[in-house]
Design a protein around this ligand. Sequence first.
Ligand code: GLC
Length: 476
Amino acid sequence: MPCVSSRLDQMVKMAPSYSSVVDKILMVEQILSEFRLNKEDLKEVMKRMQCEMERGLRLETHEEASVKMLPTYVCSTPEGSEVGDFLALDLGGTNFRVMLVKVGEDEGKSWKVETKNEMYSIPEDAMTGTAEMLFDYIAECMSDFLDKHHIKHKKLPLGFTFSFPVRHEDLDKGILLNWTKGFKASGAEGNNVVGLLRDAIKRRGDFEMDVVAMLNDTVATMISCYYEDRGCEVGMIVGTGCNACYMEEMRTVELVEGEEGRMCVNTEWGAFGDNGELEDFRLEYDRVVDETSINPGHQLYEKLISGKYMGELVRLVLMKLANEELLFNGEASELLKTRGSFETRFVSQVESGDRKQIYNILSSLGVLPSELDCDIVRLVCESVSTRSAHMCGAGLAAVINQMRERRSQDALVITVGIDGSVYKLHPCFRDRFHKIVRDLAPRCEITFIQSEEGSGRGAALISAVACKMAACMLPQ
Ligand code: GLC
């Protein structure tokens, strides 16, 4: 982590020549050094990830594997799709979105124009109440959207981006294995998600929809980028949650019959570590984050990386430093002592701003920091977010190396489509992440593309392909 150590050197040089200040910085440095992962550590993470991916794919070991490698029924992308209007839903973060997407044809290549888009925040009681409450709320938002845009009379084909682990039986059918990212609505786990949506629409009775596809956000991201770059065979999200999907050889996807071609596999790598694979890398702060979360013992890899947890990790480190009298004169404010008060967006702001900005953020949390405090807080943010980028990079390198080995290629040329608030909004995550992935996957030529509105566009595009295929299967 050269960025952090060089800043430390600078601070030591600039600090007033009191040995106590220098000692303080050195003690902080020692506490933060636990977050540093060297290349050997990362190679080990990558190796273990690859091993779990393999176990997830195999019928024999799938049940106990932490990385579930879920088949998505999105296959080596067929050319051609229906054209027309599609509705897309996106559920998976703190907001729920409804979009109307126009898919058209341009010299054999599908293109899409997103025409309308509404965002609805999900009330806490819908997230943690019953499945019926949650899906009734979703149907209510859809009804509102259709009213607003005067399209309630149309029975549109619909693609549903549902960003949780789903065991698919087909493109439009699959059961929710478990909630992640703070969702907890009871009565959904173990049930067909599309069925829950159809039932809620029926209960309302004021509009009709033709649900043709359900897909994970990683898959939607990959598909939306595929239309710009035909080499895109990996999709990844680093936002509230963290996950990746990629095109795997059908013959190795043992959960689905068939040998030919490729199928997109949703790795659900966020659960990596749930069988103990990360124990030697998890720190005391990670244990507290996990124990105080809604799903202790689950999604342990995701909890080291994603935006839902990053701010809280930083807060716990700040508390440790304050308790050791290395920060804020040994006194944290009541607000800073409160779980969740240090938001992940503050991590980005601290790392992109100057001392004044850091001062403002900290004073909004009730502490009045010295200049040295501001510098130390910045070091904490850099340590936590750099570890996140490196851990996540080890995961992606595992996926890409696996693809290269499977395809027996000396050099794999591959494009990765990425979305998510941490990747897009953090000032340094992206560069640190790209660098480590390229380091760990040396025989691969990797292009990263950022997806725009991938969840909605991807859902609409795959629905358009599904409609075309359904039309082909109709008797002539
Ligand atoms: C969580 C979900 C996963 C999703 C990811 C990013 O890890 O389990 O399905 O892709 O978050 O939103």
